[in-house]
Structures are given as C-alpha cells and as structure tokens.
Design a protein around this ligand. Structure first.
Ligand code: PEP
Ligand code: MG
Length: 903
C-alpha cells in the first residue's frame, strides 16, 4: 500500500469537535473548494461534514487510463465509514439514510465547467427512510428523481432531454405548468419512468456489473454509486468545455480536480429552507454591500440555472423563519472578509432555519469592481498596496478599456435587463453557440442570444461580441462567465420572447420582431438592448484605474512603451501612460496612395523615375516623422527602417494574371496586354520561395541603399525642423533583422553619414541613437559582438519565435497550433505567450551578452508578447529594461510589470 495520503476530512465529528485535516493553503492538493471548506471548518463556521479526495489522485487515475491507484478506494471507504459515524447515519440506510453530494473542485476556479452529483445514496429502500425521517414524501421522491436524472446525465452520459421530456409529458398529462405542481405520487411515477429510461439507454456492454436479469438496472449499492460518481467527476476534468476553459484561462492541464464528498443539506425542505449564492461586496461595481440572490424551498442548482427568478439577498431577513439565519449569514460575510482579506463568493443553504456554508472562494468580479475593492480594502487597512496590485488580473483591465455607447448618438432602447457585464457591443443576432462560432470564423461580429446560457455555449460566448439572455440573475451562468471573459452581457431581459427554432425574438409590449442576422447593440454596463447599430466611443482612463496604475508605476521596474505608427495611436499610447514608442513600423506608412509611390520605386528601372519616387517617399516620410515626433515630444521614439519583403508592396500577381486573361479574351489592345505582361514579369521577379527569410530587413537597405538613405534623411530632417521649433524630439533609428554585426555596422555607417549631412545642412546638432532588432537566433547568439555597434536592442519576439521554432508566423497559427495545443505538444501558442524555455532563454542570454560588451545598452521587447502579462513576467526575469505593446495594452502591461516586480 502506498504512503500517499489521498483523502482529507473536513467538518466536525459527532461531538461537535472540528476534525478537519486540511486548510486554505492546500488548494493544489484539495482544490479551491476543498481547501476553503477545510478553512471554513477551521474557522468554526457551519460546514456540512465531508471529505476531499485529492487532485493528485484524479491525475494518477487519468494518467493510468482511468485505473484507480492502489489503496485509493480502500482509503475512500475508510473516510466514508468515518463520515457515517460522524453523522450517525449510513449512506443507503433504510431507516435514516445519509445523502451526500459529490462535487468537483480544481485548484483554480472553473465555475460550472466540471460535474456534480447531488442526493447520492438514494435507492429503492433508502427512499423510504428519507420519507420517514422528513415526513415529506414529496420532497423525498423529488430528491430521488433529481438524483437519477443527474446521475444518468453526469455519470452515465445520457441525454438530459430524455428526462426533461418525461417530466413535460407528465405535466401535460396532468394539465399542470410547473414542476412544483407535481405531487409525491407523480414524482414516484417519474422515478419509475426514469429508471426505465436508464435501463433502456445504458449499454450493458459498458456496465456489465449493473446488469441484472439481462437488463441494466439503476445502481442500488451506495458504494457503487459513490465510486461511479467520483470517477465521473474525475473524468469531467477532461471534458471539452473544461479543456477549452483551461486553454482560455491559461490553467495547466496537469492540476486535476479534487472531489468533495459532503453530507447533503436541503434548501428544499419547505418554506423555512432556502438556498442562495452571494458575494460579500457587489461584484459588478465593487460597492461594499452584500450582494446575491436566494430562493426559498429550492436546491442550489435552481439558483444558478435561472429556472426560477431569484430574490435579492437583502430580502432574506424578511422571510418568516429565516431572519436568524440571515443575520448569521451577514456575520459570516464579515468573518470571511476579515479572514481572507478579499471579497468572497459563497454558496449557502438554510435547512429548516439552520444555516450551512457550502462553499466560499475569492469572488469573480468585473475589472471596475476589482479596482474599487482593491483600493477600498487598502483604505480599510485590510490589505497593502502590493497585495492590491497583485489581486488585479491585468487582462481584465481590457474591460475598462472597452468601448461604450456614444451618449451623443440617439437610439431607442427596445428592452432592458440586468447589467451583467460591462462594455458595449454591436453584432448580428445568432441563436446558438455553433452559429456564432461559424459566423465569427467568416469575419462577422455576432451577439449570442439565448434564453439562458449553459456551459455548452462556452465556445460561442468566447466568440461573440456580446451576450443577451432573457432569463437568469446576476449570478446566472451567462452573467458570471461573461464578466470573467470581459464580454458585454445583458441578462434576465424578460420582455424578450426568444424562439431559437424560429430564429426570432419578439419583444413584449412592442410590435417588434428581431430576426436572425438583424443587427442589435447591447450596453452591458446599463443593461440595455437597442435594435440596429449604435455608434460606440472609446473609454477614458480615470479614477480608480489611474490610482492603481500609479501604484503599479511605483512598484514596477520594467519600462512600458508602445508600438505605434501614426500620430493618433501615438497620442493614445501617451495618454495610456506609454513612456515612449518602442516600435514604429515604417512600412505601415506606405499604405493607400503611398503604395503607388513605393511600387513605382520598386518597379521602375530607369533612374529618373526611381529617384522621383524616392523623393516623393522622402517628403511623405518627413511629414510622418514630424507629426509623430511632435506627439511624442520629449519621449524616445524608435523608428524602424523598412523591414518587409518588397513583394508585400506589389500587386498580387494572380490578380494580374486573371486581368490579362480577361483582356485577352476581350481582344484588348495589344499594347495594353504587353504592358501588363511586362508588369507581371517584373512582379514575378520579386517572387521568393521563403520571403520571410529572403530580401527583407536590413538586407533591403544593403541591396537598395537609397531606402536607408531616404528614411534616415527624413528622420533627421523632421528632427531638425522640430528642434528649430523648440521641441525636444528623441528619435532612435532601428535596423531590423540583422544576423551579423557587420550588417549593423554597415547600416550604421550609412545612417551616421546621412545624419551628419543633415545636421550640417540644417545647422542643428543631431545626436541619434542607433540600435537593432534581435529577431534571429544568430543575432541572439552573437549579441556580445552586435552590442559593440548598438545603442539599444529591441527583441522582435514575433520573428524570433518564427525563426527559433521554424514555424511560419503567417501560417501555423491557423494550421496546426490548435492541434498541438489539443495534443499537449505545446502548452501555449508561442506567438501569444513567449516560449520561456526557448525564445525566452535567447532573450535572456542576448541581454546578458549585450550588456557585457556594452553596459549602456538598453534592451526592450517589441514583439506582440510585450503586451501579454505572462510573457511580461518572463521578460522581467530575462533582465530586459522595457516592453513595448499596442497602445490599448499599455495599462495592462504597466500592471503586469508591477506584478512581475512583486513576484
Ligand atoms: C517582431 O518580429 O517581433 C517584430 C516586432 O517585428 P514584425 O512583427 O514587424 O516583424
Ligand atoms: Mg520582425
């Protein structure tokens, strides 16, 4: 037998003594739920007793191909017997049965992604014990039918609709509307029908041990029920929605889920019983008020499923018989906040007036709430500024940077619901997750419209611009998930009559029907819906965000710059707190009309036309650099010399071929056709097998020195002009894609010569730093040599990833990276999060080598990874001086950089 401890008890023994074996620090062993159940028990809070099976057991079971580790089942059995003795009841007992819940609980919160089985332990005999104990046959039969339904769906994988249909048929036959209209006899009949559905649909081949008299029977042995339920919860760690959720939330696949087996308490034992979910502060705006919903005479799932409309938690004390429990709950809210020093999310049940705590965890919150709560808690003395900073998920800040409805535009609100997740969205109406996903793949923007969402809608929720539901409260699935993803969401919009089959939404009280593909607009901060498109405005950073970012700036060591190539983006970056431009991609200045000029430069062989084109480009660039340097006055601005392969500026040869074929078909003038043919052959001459490894980067300036010359001359001229006007421009020239120090030395010599010429001609002192991108492995490997010629390095981690992995950056993300992720060949998309072990190692090594030979060398990162919080942590460890990212990521990067410093 192995020594590994796999099961941990929580709660009291039969004498009321706490015998809990775990605590809040053990989340990687007991999962978040198990660790916090243990912690609440240790705090003396009323927790129904139970035990937790470790996450490691789940992984061992999965890794061995769903085979139990030696001794694990025996240990579970011992804890089950211990639980029975603590409770003075036995699972499956005919007289006084103990019922248990079997719930998942991973180290990281994955709300609603994995499975749960409730009421376990009921069978054809113990049902009578439950009736006897509760004197409530209706409750007992309802519990049994819920158990069979849940067990069939979760454990055996049967379609839940089979059971829902049977309930509907029963209600229709009785002429009643609601489940609560079914009496004990009706529910007993349903139990019988459910067992038949079970027998008819579970394959005897899959479950030979459940076969009796040639038929599969619903398992009666509680030990078998428990084992199958635990196996199902383990299995749910790898269900598709859990895998997708982990991928989106960067949760490791090898953590596993714990399983909590806990004595059941019932919120559906009459009118002095209730169940609810609550937050210790408002998770939408951070206000310090208790927040949540409850339902009298209901089970927990009823609250989250949004089947019945819930009552606000503030009204709990007004329900007869629940006043005492409501006050106790409020006291517990304070105990929890003071203990965890965080806003807590809890699930509770009141069973015949007695309060029980079923769960607590750090509550999910909107970005606005996260900022407010962090600042308030610092002011209340609950946490320090460092903790406040470490609490806020940098990616969440995006929510605050989302567009809002333009208040100056006029629009007519056609429906209102709950303001479940902030931000505004515009898109085409779609009624299913699948339709959203396929439309988004075609480049459309969609709003997912559902009666209520379920975890199966996750893919569509991720893809949608916004989510609209007609049902459910602020703690419903749609609301919780949308807030976590930062997707605008309006839920509980009850005036909507959504018919997903007919693909229509009728709006009650209005003579209006919205059809599939109609455009609607949502404002998730206001909870309103508009038919048609509302113009959106960009948000401003103020108040709480400013405070937090100021704190972050005092903590962080990494600088934050922005990648921008036009004055508008540069201004936006500066407003968001960028300390300079880390990358201005000058090729982005050659779009539109400018494209014609550069085409003329590339394709004209006669020197005169080529010089004219070069002159036009030069003049345009002077203007570009002048405007941008003016916006960035006083701050450094790295301008990169032209980088892409020239064919990127040329027309597509295939289009030209088609054009020629058409001209020929129409017998167009021979001259016109021959001109086109000549053009085609010139364009073809720029064709390369591997253009990303061909004539691009610094190689362009070596083959066409006039390109370097015109760009440097434009930079120097614009700088001289601004200096003369009294500004303080700080351009820095960056040479892209070098692989040898000689290339840099060559380009540098050219640049210095031009700068000196302009300086003399304009009679202005022009000292400009000249540096290079490090984006090829050879450059990283010889960084010590290169640094002798460079004032700065900027790591182009997009190309460095491409060239280190040998993955074509334009192709593989769509082609096989998803498959690699699915097969765990990669844990992250390396173009989104830098590969620490490979690319990160090169960045760290090159930084160290470079600083050895040039102690003044400034090192930054300007690949897309510069705005990714996880990559920012990696770069901080690499010793770089700053990161540079798109303007909207600047606040995110400022916060992530502070968190990296705290780590
Ligand atoms: C890079 O390669 O990381 C980079 C910033 O340059 P670009 O993406 O323009 O190639
Ligand atoms: Mg590059």
């Amino acid at each position: 037998m192995s020594d590994t401890k796999r099961v941990f008890a929580f709660g009291n023994d039969s004498n009321g003594q706490n015998i809990t074996e775990g605590n809040a620090q053990m989340r990687y062993v007991l999962g978040g739920k198990g660790a916090n159940l243990a912690e609440m028990s240790n705090l003396g809070l009323p927790v129904p007793p139970g035990f937790t099976i470790t996450c490691q057991t789940c992984m061992e079971y999965a890794n061995e191909g769903n085979v139990w580790p030696e001794g694990a089942l025996a240990e579970i059995e011992r804890y089950r017997l211990n639980l029975e003795s603590r409770m003075g009841k036995k699972i499956g007992d005919e007289k006084d049965p103990l019922l248990v819940s079997v719930r998942s609980g991973a180290p990281m919160s994955m709300p609603g992604m994995m499975d749960t089985v409730l009421n376990l332990g009921l069978n054809d005999k113990s049902i009578y014990g439950l009736i006897e104990q509760t004197n409530n046959p209706r409750f007992a039969w309802d519990s049994y039918r819920r158990f069979i339904q849940m067990f069939s769906n979760v454990v055996m994988g049967l379609d839940g609709d089979l059971y829902e249909k049977a309930i509907s048929v029963k209600k229709d036959a009785l002429g009643v509307e609601s489940d609560t209209d079914l009496d004990a006899r009706d529910l007993e009949d349903l139990v019988c029908e459910f067992k038949t559905i079970f027998s008819d649909n579970v394959s005897p081949v899959d479950y030979p041990s459940l076969v009796k008299d040639g038929k599969v029977t619903f398992p009666q042995d509680p030990t078998v029920q428990l084992r199958l339920a635990i196996e199902a919860v383990f299995g749910s760690w790898n269900n598709p929605r859990a895998v997708l959720y982990r991928q989106k939330n960067k949760i490791a696949n090898d953590l596993g889920t714990a399983v909590n087996v806990q004595s059941m308490v019932f919120g559906n034992k009459g009118n002095t019983s209730a169940t609810g979910v609550a937050f210790t502060r408002n998770p939408a705006n951070g206000d310090k008020v208790f927040y949540g919903d409850f339902l009298v005479n209901a089970q927990g799932e009823d609250v989250v499923a949004g089947i019945r409309n819930t009552t606000p938690i503030a009204d709990l004390k007004d329900v007869p018989g629940l006043k005492e429990a409501a006050h106790e709950l409020e006291d517990i809210f304070s105990v929890l906040e003071n203990h965890f020093h965080d806003m807590c999310d809890i699930e509770f049940t009141i069973e015949q007036g007695k309060l029980w705590m079923l769960q607590t965890r750090a509550g999910k919150r909107t970005a606005a709430a996260a900022l407010k709560i962090a600042i308030d808690m610092v002011e209340e003395g609950l946490i320090d500024k460092e903790t406040a900073i470490s609490r806020i998920a940098p990616d969440q800040l995006d929510q605050l940077l989302h567009p809002q409805f333009d208040k100056n535009s006029t629009y007519e609100v056609v429906a209102s619901g709950l303001n479940a997740s902030p931000g505004a969205a515009v898109g085409k109406v779609k009624f299913s997750s699948g339709e959203v996903v396929s439309a988004v793949e075609k480049g459309e923007k969609c709003i997912l419209v559902r009666w209520e969402t379920t975890p199966d809608d996750l893919a569509g929720m991720y893809a949608a611009e916004g989510i609209l539901t007609s049902h459910g409260g602020k703690t419903s699935h749609a609301a919780v998930i949308a807030r976590g993803m930062g997707t605008p969401c309006v839920c509980g919009c009850e005036s909507l009559r959504i018919d997903a089959d007919a693909k229509t939404i009728e709006i009650q009280g209005l003579d209006l029907v919205i059809h599939e593909d109609d455009i609607i607009s949502l404002d998730g901060s206001e909870g309103i819906v508009v038919k048609g498109e509302v113009s959106l405005v960009e948000p401003e950073i103020t108040g709480d965000l400013d405070t937090i970012l100021e704190w972050a700036d005092n903590i962080r060591k990494l600088g934050v710059r922005a990648n921008a190539d036009n004055p508008k983006d540069a201004k936006c970056a500066r407003d968001f707190g960028a300390e300079g431009i880390g990358l201005c991609r000058t090729e982005h200045m050659f779009l539109g009309e400018r494209k014609k000029i550069i085409q003329s430069f590339i394709l004209n062989e006669d020197e005169k036309s080529r010089s004219a084109a070069a002159e036009s480009l030069y003049l345009a660039q002077v203007e570009d650099f002048y405007e941008m340097l003016k916006v960035m006055d006083g701050l450094p601005m790295i301008i990169r010399l032209l980088d892409p392969p020239l064919h990127e500026f040329l027309d597509n040869p295939r289009t030209l071929e088609v054009e020629i074929a058409r001209l020929e078909e129409r017998d167009a003038e021979a001259k016109v056709i021959s001109n086109k043919r000549e053009l085609l052959s010139k364009i073809d001459s720029f064709n390369e097998q591997n253009p990303m490894m061909g004539l691009r980067g610094c190689r362009l300036g070596i083959v066409y020195p006039v390109l370097t010359e015109l760009q440097v001359r434009a930079i120097a001229t614009a700088t001289a002009k601004l200096k003369k006007e009294g500004f303080n421009p700080k351009p820095e020239i960056m040479v892209p894609l070098i692989c040898t120090v000689n290339e840099l030395a060559y380009a540098k010599e050219d640049a210095l010569r031009v700068i000196s010429e302009v300086s003399k001609a304009e009679a202005v002192d022009l000292n400009m730093e000249i540096g290079t991108m490090i984006e090829l492995p050879r450059a990283a490997l010889t960084a010590d040599e290169i640094a002798t010629q460079a004032d700065f390095f900027s790591f182009g981690t997009n190309d460095l990833t491409q060239t280190t992995f040998g993955f074509s950056r334009d192709d593989v993300e769509g082609e096989f990276i998803p498959l690699y992720l699915e097969k765990h060949l990669l844990s992250r998309n390396p173009f989104a999060t830098v590969d620490g072990n490979g690319v990160g190692k090169l960045v760290g090594m090159a930084t160290e080598l470079g600083k050895q030979t040039n102690p003044n060398l400034l090192c930054g990162v300007c690949g897309e990874h510069g705005g990714d919080p996880e990559s920012i942590h990696t770069f901080a460890n690499c010793g770089v001086d700053y990161v540079s990212c798109s303007p909207y990521r600047v606040p995110v990067a400022r916060l992530a950089a502070a968190q990296a410093a705290l780590d």
